[in-house]
Design a binder for this molecule. Sequence first.
Ligand code: MF3
Ligand code: CO
Length: 266
Amino acid sequence: MIILKTEEEVELIRISATLISSTLTEIAKVLKSGMTTLELDKLAAEYIADHGAIPSFLNYEGYPHNICTSVNDVVVHGMPNDKPLRDGDVISVDIGVIKNEFHGDHAYTFIIGETPKDIIDLVRITKECLYEGINYAVSDSYLTNISSAIQRHAEGNGYGVVREYVGHGLGRSMHEAPQVPNYGRRNEGIFMKENLVLAIEPMVNLGTKDIKVSKDGWTVRTADGKPSVHFEHDVCTKPGQALILSNYTSIEIAEKSNHNLNSSYY
Ligand code: MF3
Ligand code: CO
């Protein structure tokens, strides 16, 4: 069942989404090689608690951490661990929170230090894919236009688009209807009305689209071991133009002024 939101509910989701943006900004300020993803998990958990919210991933279907940290060939659902990050690593940090009974779910990919140009391009183009999709998150249009725009930009650049994991509706639950695939044909399926809140989250692989799930039951890796990138925004459908509820501005400012990160893809 698709649940359209009231204006008040959209504003509550915006509060949760922007709390994640601020948490990602705190991470962008301190991230560098030598840190561990468990340190990022702790930082996020403390920041979220200090701001009166709950990390929604913790205990979700038994997930044992506060956030997901997906490094290099890990596509999504990477579990924080005590292995130091290294220069050249590309890391998606995905965070969910609940506040005022409404969820936010939002992710950003960082490059630590110097990394080859083909990986920098993958990061830039995956972020572009997210905005290509968001262009079609408007009322009175087909949801698959979001999907096809993402797929066109990713595959047009020779990348693989993950099929097994998709974006989703967002509200009082982290995963509401409808699903938002990152692939599909235009003008099919669900016709969107105003005030549909969606988490749009392209997962784009440098090589094959195929993935495998590790024995831990969570960690999703590319089948060929090549890198994968993931960006996620929370948006609300409006006539003509989507309202983006999460916000990359402060993350990007922190990323640019952190010289341990590579933001040369702007
Ligand atoms: N951000 C992921 C999603 O959109 C959720 C992470 S799975 C969890 O589906 F178990 F960590 F919660
Ligand atoms: Co999500």
